[in-house]
Design a protein around this ligand. Structure first.
Ligand code: NAP
Length: 289
């Protein structure tokens, strides 16, 4: 049995999914660590904890994820998304522990490409969140070039925490008509699927950068419309443009991710990369009805 430490496992959207998936298998002994346990930025305290628990794999989901807020708090976002990631990687470099870290499609910016982006495409973030997450990736690989995997994911939905789908379904129950942005295209991803892929990557110690999202693509408008249809809510969704829904942080207009590299790692495992619609149907049926 391997020891897994899930940073953010008690309260995060992805962290809770990881804890749920890992504890259901016999391969892992799981511990989560978060704000209420120690100040994770206290290097000495974190080092002492790691020395005592001796994890085989650390899954780091701790991040500043409030994308618009990050524009007003760039230093704090950098501290969580890059400085902390670097400190963790530096501590783990003195051990044989593998690090699995998560990044984002928002490392990409406005480009003319309309083909799914691969791990070798050049990132060009246009938001504080995207820039700090990219800096986090670089920190990690500078200390752990062959002892870490960074999974870039996107548009997460799943149980146990508020997310885009819970917000949309709540709104749709209150209002007959919703407007949702239709000119941003990305890769909706189910946290429980991502957690299962993460476990395989960790078990195989597959190091490097991977794009990890469900198959297919959608605009926010299509994502919301599908959720409302699957939840059998009688509401109308109307498409609008990003300029009709101004947000502080600039989002990439097209950030669909190619998962060919991850699919090769998952090849012999039980977990394939299914279409986001199938995963969304399962989520709504199991957790929202
Ligand atoms: N959500 C998405 O759509 C999305 C898309 C692309 C990539 N990602 C990436 O996926 C990963 C997981 O995202 P998520 O949506 O699961 O994030 P989340 O729900 O916001 O969870 C973030 C976790 O980090 C913890 N955290 C933040 N600041 C902390 C601090 N100063 N000290 C201790 N803990 C702190 C939070 O703890 P508290 O609950 O105590 O604040 C929470 O457990 C992140 O790396 C994110 O960048 C997410």
């Amino acid at each position: 049995m391997q020891k897994a430490l899930v940073l953010g496992g008690a309260s995060g959207l992805l962290g809770q999914a990881l804890v749920s998936v890992l504890t259901k298998t016999e391969n892992w002994q799981v511990k989560s660590l978060g704000r209420s346990d120690i100040n994770v930025f206290d290097e000495k305290a974190l080092a002492a904890f790691l020395k005592e628990f001796q994890p085989d794999v650390v899954f780091n989901t701790i991040a500043w994820t409030q994308v618009d807020d990050a524009e007003d708090h760039p230093d704090q976002a950098l501290e969580v998304n890059a400085t902390f990631a670097g400190m963790l990687a530096r501590l783990l470099a003195q051990t044989s522990c593998f690090l699995l870290h998560f990044s984002t499609d928002f490392v990409f910016g406005s480009h003319s490409q309309r083909l799914p982006l691969t791990e070798t495409d050049t990132p060009a973030p246009e938001s504080v969140y995207g820039r700090t997450k990219l800096a986090g990736e670089q920190e990690i690989f500078s200390f752990l070039p062959k002892q870490a995997a960074v999974l870039r994911t996107a548009w997460l939905f799943g149980p146990w925490k508020k997310n885009f789908i819970t917000t949309i379904l709540q709104l749709a129950q209150k209002k007959k008509q919703l407007t949702v942005v239709a000119d941003q295209c990305g890769s909706p991803t189910y946290t429980l699927d991502l957690a299962r892929w993460s476990a395989v990557v960790a078990e195989k110690r597959a190091y490097g950068l991977f794009h990890a999202v469900n198959a297919g693509q959608a605009s926010w408008f299509e994502f919301a419309s599908k959720a409302i249809q699957l939840a059998h809510i009688d509401g109308t969704v109307l498409p609008i443009t990003s300029s009709q829904w101004p947000q502080k942080a600039k989002r990439p207009p097209y950030s669909v991710l190619s998962t060919t590299k991850l699919a090769n790692i998952l090849d012999t495992s039980a977990f394939l990369i299914r279409p986001w619609e199938e995963a969304l149907a399962e989520y709504i049926e199991q957790f929202m009805s």
